[in-house]
Design a protein around this ligand. Structure first.
Ligand code: SF4
Ligand code: SF4
Length: 55
């Protein structure tokens, strides 16, 4: 299952910089493209506010 970014996101950009397949889009909160996410967990480990969850 792909990871999902919740409303806790503070739009710091860390996850988008670290994603190995560049599937996280910038916005008011960041959004993971579920069709491209390989579920590696890198973004979840690096999120400073714990805003990324497994679906
Ligand atoms: S690392 Fe966390 S807080 Fe930062 S943009 Fe990604 S989901 Fe949002
Ligand atoms: S789990 Fe991996 S592939 Fe999926 S959005 Fe996070 S860093 Fe990118």
């Amino acid at each position: 299952m792909p990871r999902k970014i919740t409303d806790s996101c503070i739009a710091c950009g860390s996850c988008a910089e670290q994603c190995p397949v560049a599937c996280i889009e910038q916005g008011d909160i960041y959004v993971i493209n579920p069709d491209q996410c390989i579920d590696c967990g890198v973004c979840q480990e690096g999120c400073p506010v714990g805003a990324i969850e497994e679906e």
